[in-house]
Design a protein around this ligand. Structure first.
Ligand code: AHR
Length: 552
């Protein structure tokens, strides 16, 4: 059986298709009997939604950096200092709060020094992912030219208004290399030789990097450590790191899926040196990819995967069910963390999440680990972000994997072609939750039932999250049913609704997706609502909806 650890050593194949279409008229403010109810409890706040839950992830992998983010200053593609302008503009729009970089698995093979200094003097290195690239793959995807490094990444973050989150190399560099990177980024102008090097590149002011990941997937590509071995490395790496006035926040490489033993083993070893050691950890990572659409037949990493574009109704529900596991992972790891950290000083950082399909749907042929997101992935993203919103005291940051030309991507680009995927639209809609007060909300709706290979299966009928911003309430809701719209009465305990607007992302074809040729096949529609009396809303089939409601 092949697991995620081994996948890079194997080639992957595509599968056949089953098309499915549906029709779904939608409307607002109806006054007929509803079979569902959403109750928002204004006086039961759960905590402030960290904007960082809406974070991103970028790795030197396939077309993410070269072609996706970096096009070069002399490119005919509109750019700002070599960075793709359309991407910069879109990311400003969605209020991108934080971006993780340079990996992923790449991070533990990367020497940050290769990516600084005069561009024409930077070395070419074999990319971590070179073995997965096809012989015809672009040279700069296989052999890292280091044209894009720390300076360019931080400049990208500054342009879009996001904070950088850098992942350090624990597998193949030392603790000294790590704190030198911190010094390069954060030491004051003129204070150190590394600050002078930064200034020589045009950046005399420090970068003020607060978030630092200590390795990546240290149980696998990041060193094959046991949790105990990794804890020893972690302690060593973070023990003496000059802060330069920055509140350095160290993020430990966390578990994949339900590897409770990783979280437990790591923290057990950390507290061996005394409970105060817990104070050195800002966050505990968690990676969860939705990939197994085999309906329980296999756990093989290659065989279990589904197709991004060719899927049937059961695959649709299976993907959403698998994605919904996130809630139990957040609760489960939080519980284990509480065994050691009773005050819950350490937060969860879900620094990789999204769907992972078989190859074959790449918008740019030859781009490895790239797939084309559909409406199905918009629902996956909506329900995942809703899950994070419902646990504001636990999840401090999350990073969708990955931003562009990769897995659960918000954008696809190649040369001068660019499009926003349905996932990008969900991030745009959900940005309204950032910094809001999460409110407990009760969703009651009939379950979706379907036939799972001759056995009855079910999935929830309506779910979402709510947040309050002064007197404005943002409610996001996913209706997973492929053919049935769902009418719900919306009650707000403690206030009444004055007016509102609805933004809906849906389509009559569940496979709908955007492409370079059809950039707007899937796009949200917004309508304002007159509110008189009880509020009913009809959530279209297969939809993600945002209601923005002004409270009286
Ligand atoms: O996102 C692709 C890869 O998935 C990352 O490099 C790694 O951390 C994970 O296994």
């Amino acid at each position: 059986m092949i697991g995620r650890r081994e996948f890079i050593r194997n080639s992957m194949i595509g599968v056949g298709a089953l098309a499915f279409a549906r029709s779904a008229p939608y409307m607002f403010g109806a006054d007929s009997p509803a079979d569902s109810r959403i109750e928002i409890l204004l006086n039961e706040p759960l905590g402030t939604i960290s904007p960082n839950i809406y974070g991103h992830f970028t790795e030197h992998l396939g077309g993410v950096v070269y072609d996706g983010i970096w096009v070069g200053e002399n490119s005919k593609v509109p750019n700002v200092h070599g960075l793709r302008k359309e991407l910069v503009d879109e990311m400003k729009k969605i209020k991108a709060p934080v971006v993780r970089y340079p990996g992923g698995c790449f991070a533990d093979s990367y020497d940050w020094r290769d990516g600084i200094g005069p561009a024409d003097k930077r070395p070419r290195r074999t990319n971590f992912w070179a073995g997965v690239e096809s012989p015809s793959g672009p040279a700069n995807h296989k052999y890292e030219p280091n044209r894009f490094g720390t300076n360019e990444f931080v400049q990208f973050c500054k342009l879009i208004g996001a904070q950088p989150y850098l992942a350090a190399n624990v597998r193949s560099l030392t603790a000294r290399d790590f704190y030198s990177w911190v010094e390069y980024c954060n030491s004051p102008a003129g204070s150190t030789t590394l600050a002078d090097e930064r200034a020589a590149a045009g950046f005399s002011d420090p970068f003020h990097v607060r978030y630092w990941g200590v390795g990546n997937e240290s149980w696998g590509c990041g060193g094959n450590f046991t949790p105990q071995e990794y804890a020893v490395e972690f302690r060593r790496f973070v023990t003496w790191v000059p802060g330069f006035g920055e509140n350095l926040s160290f993020i430990a490489s966390g578990a994949s899926d339900d590897q409770w033993s990783w979280t437990r083993g790591f923290l057990e070893e950390i507290v061996h040196r005394g409970p105060e050691q817990l104070r050195s950890i800002y966050g505990m990572g968690l990676h969860y990819y939705t990939w197994n659409l085999s309906r329980g037949r296999t756990r093989d990493w290659n065989e279990g995967k589904g197709d991004a574009l060719k899927f049937d109704v059961v695959d649709w529900y299976e993907l959403l069910r698998e994605a919904d596991v996130m809630e139990s992972l957040v609760n489960g790891h939080w519980q284990v963390m509480g065994e050691f950290d009773k005050q819950h000083h350490i937060k969860l950082i879900v620094d990789e999440w999204g769907a992972w399909y078989k190859p074959g749907s790449e918008m740019t042929p030859g781009d490895i680990i790239e797939q084309t997101p559909t409406l199905r992935d918009a629902l996956l993203s909506g329900l995942t972000l809703d899950t994070f919103n419902r646990h504001p005291e636990k999840v401090a940051m999350a990073n969708c994997a990955q931003l562009i030309n990769c897995l659960n991507s918000l954008y696809l680009a190649h040369e001068d072609k660019f499009c926003v995927t349905p996932i990008g639209h969900v991030f745009d809609m959900y940005a309204a939750h950032q910094g809001g007060q999460s409110l407990r909300s009760v969703f009651s709706a009939p379950d979706v039932t379907y036939d799972r290979d001759g056995k009855p299966a079910s999935f929830w009928g309506l779910k979402g999250s709510a947040s309050l911003h002064d007197r404005e309430l943002v409610l996001t809701v996913v209706n997973p049913h492929v053919t049935q719209a769902r009418e719900a009465e919306i009650g707000i305990r403690g206030a009444s609704i004055k007016s509102g607007s609805a933004t809906i992302l849906s389509h009559t074809d569940i496979h709908a997706h955007n492409s370079f040729e059809q950039r707007e096949a899937v796009k949200p529609q917004t309508k304002s609502m007159e509110i008189k009396g009880p509020v009913h809303f009809i959530f279209p089939a297969a939809s993600v909806t945002k209601l923005t409601l002004s409270l009286a």
